[in-house]
Design a protein. Structure first.
Length: 129
Protein backbone atom coordinates (compact mmCIF):
# COMPACT_ATOMS: atom_id res chain seq x y z
CA UNK A 1 0.00 0.00 0.00
CA UNK A 2 1.20 3.48 -0.73
CA UNK A 3 0.06 6.75 0.74
CA UNK A 4 0.03 10.39 -0.25
CA UNK A 5 2.31 13.01 1.26
CA UNK A 6 0.10 15.55 2.99
CA UNK A 7 2.34 18.47 1.97
CA UNK A 8 3.35 17.65 -1.61
CA UNK A 9 0.60 15.30 -2.82
CA UNK A 10 3.19 12.83 -4.10
CA UNK A 11 3.03 9.07 -3.53
CA UNK A 12 4.94 7.80 -0.52
CA UNK A 13 5.69 4.33 0.78
CA UNK A 14 3.55 2.55 3.35
CA UNK A 15 6.21 3.13 6.02
CA UNK A 16 6.42 6.84 5.24
CA UNK A 17 2.62 7.01 5.32
CA UNK A 18 2.58 5.37 8.76
CA UNK A 19 5.19 7.78 10.16
CA UNK A 20 3.26 10.71 8.66
CA UNK A 21 0.18 9.41 10.49
CA UNK A 22 2.15 9.32 13.75
CA UNK A 23 3.05 13.00 13.35
CA UNK A 24 -0.61 13.82 12.75
CA UNK A 25 -1.74 11.79 15.76
CA UNK A 26 0.80 13.33 18.13
CA UNK A 27 0.21 16.88 16.93
CA UNK A 28 -3.57 16.70 17.21
CA UNK A 29 -5.22 17.86 20.42
CA UNK A 30 -7.87 15.56 21.78
CA UNK A 31 -11.26 16.94 20.77
CA UNK A 32 -9.99 18.71 17.63
CA UNK A 33 -11.45 16.19 15.18
CA UNK A 34 -15.20 16.94 15.25
CA UNK A 35 -16.54 13.49 14.38
CA UNK A 36 -13.96 11.62 16.45
CA UNK A 37 -13.53 13.63 19.65
CA UNK A 38 -11.35 11.02 21.37
CA UNK A 39 -8.77 11.07 18.54
CA UNK A 40 -5.36 12.56 19.28
CA UNK A 41 -2.24 11.95 21.28
CA UNK A 42 -2.79 14.03 24.39
CA UNK A 43 0.83 15.13 24.02
CA UNK A 44 0.24 18.72 22.94
CA UNK A 45 -1.60 19.40 26.18
CA UNK A 46 1.61 18.72 28.13
CA UNK A 47 3.74 21.25 26.27
CA UNK A 48 4.80 24.29 28.28
CA UNK A 49 4.87 22.51 31.63
CA UNK A 50 7.91 22.29 33.88
CA UNK A 51 10.22 19.50 32.75
CA UNK A 52 10.32 16.80 35.42
CA UNK A 53 10.95 13.05 35.36
CA UNK A 54 7.24 12.50 36.00
CA UNK A 55 6.35 14.64 32.98
CA UNK A 56 8.72 12.65 30.77
CA UNK A 57 7.19 9.39 32.02
CA UNK A 58 3.68 10.65 31.26
CA UNK A 59 4.81 11.98 27.89
CA UNK A 60 6.38 8.66 26.87
CA UNK A 61 3.30 6.71 27.97
CA UNK A 62 0.92 9.00 26.10
CA UNK A 63 2.98 8.72 22.93
CA UNK A 64 3.16 4.93 23.05
CA UNK A 65 -0.54 4.61 23.85
CA UNK A 66 -1.63 7.03 21.11
CA UNK A 67 0.43 5.26 18.46
CA UNK A 68 -0.78 1.82 19.53
CA UNK A 69 -4.39 3.03 19.60
CA UNK A 70 -4.56 5.06 16.37
CA UNK A 71 -1.88 3.65 14.03
CA UNK A 72 -2.30 -0.12 13.64
CA UNK A 73 0.73 -0.39 11.33
CA UNK A 74 2.99 0.22 14.36
CA UNK A 75 3.27 -1.59 17.67
CA UNK A 76 5.50 0.49 19.93
CA UNK A 77 8.33 -1.30 21.71
CA UNK A 78 9.80 1.73 23.46
CA UNK A 79 9.97 5.50 23.44
CA UNK A 80 13.20 7.26 24.35
CA UNK A 81 13.80 10.95 24.95
CA UNK A 82 16.93 12.20 23.22
CA UNK A 83 19.07 15.27 23.70
CA UNK A 84 21.83 16.42 25.98
CA UNK A 85 21.15 17.63 29.51
CA UNK A 86 21.66 21.20 28.32
CA UNK A 87 19.13 20.81 25.50
CA UNK A 88 16.64 19.26 27.91
CA UNK A 89 17.07 22.23 30.26
CA UNK A 90 16.26 24.51 27.33
CA UNK A 91 13.12 22.48 26.58
CA UNK A 92 14.51 20.92 23.40
CA UNK A 93 13.90 17.20 23.55
CA UNK A 94 13.65 14.79 20.66
CA UNK A 95 12.03 11.38 20.54
CA UNK A 96 13.31 8.03 19.40
CA UNK A 97 10.55 5.50 18.86
CA UNK A 98 11.22 1.82 18.29
CA UNK A 99 8.26 -0.08 16.88
CA UNK A 100 7.25 -3.22 15.04
CA UNK A 101 6.18 -2.28 11.52
CA UNK A 102 3.10 -4.23 10.44
CA UNK A 103 2.36 -3.05 6.89
CA UNK A 104 -1.09 -4.66 6.78
CA UNK A 105 -2.06 -3.86 10.36
CA UNK A 106 -4.92 -1.64 9.21
CA UNK A 107 -6.41 -4.74 7.52
CA UNK A 108 -6.18 -6.88 10.68
CA UNK A 109 -2.99 -8.70 9.63
CA UNK A 110 -0.52 -8.00 12.45
CA UNK A 111 2.43 -9.83 10.91
CA UNK A 112 5.62 -7.92 11.71
CA UNK A 113 7.68 -7.11 8.63
CA UNK A 114 10.55 -5.53 10.55
CA UNK A 115 11.46 -3.41 13.53
CA UNK A 116 11.89 0.28 12.74
CA UNK A 117 13.36 3.11 14.74
CA UNK A 118 12.39 6.65 13.91
CA UNK A 119 13.08 9.96 15.52
CA UNK A 120 10.73 12.88 15.79
CA UNK A 121 12.55 16.19 15.79
CA UNK A 122 11.66 19.56 17.24
CA UNK A 123 10.22 20.82 13.98
CA UNK A 124 8.02 17.77 13.34
CA UNK A 125 10.48 16.15 10.97
CA UNK A 126 10.85 12.39 10.92
CA UNK A 127 14.14 10.54 10.62
CA UNK A 128 13.90 6.83 9.83
CA UNK A 129 16.81 4.72 10.98
Amino acid sequence: MAGIDRHTGKRISNLDSATQAVIFILSTRMGDVPLLREFGGGVVELLGRAVTPALFAAWKQLIATAIDLWEPRFKVRRVLVTGSAEKLRMGQAGLLIEADFRPRGHLGDFTVERVVTFGLGFNGGVTLQ
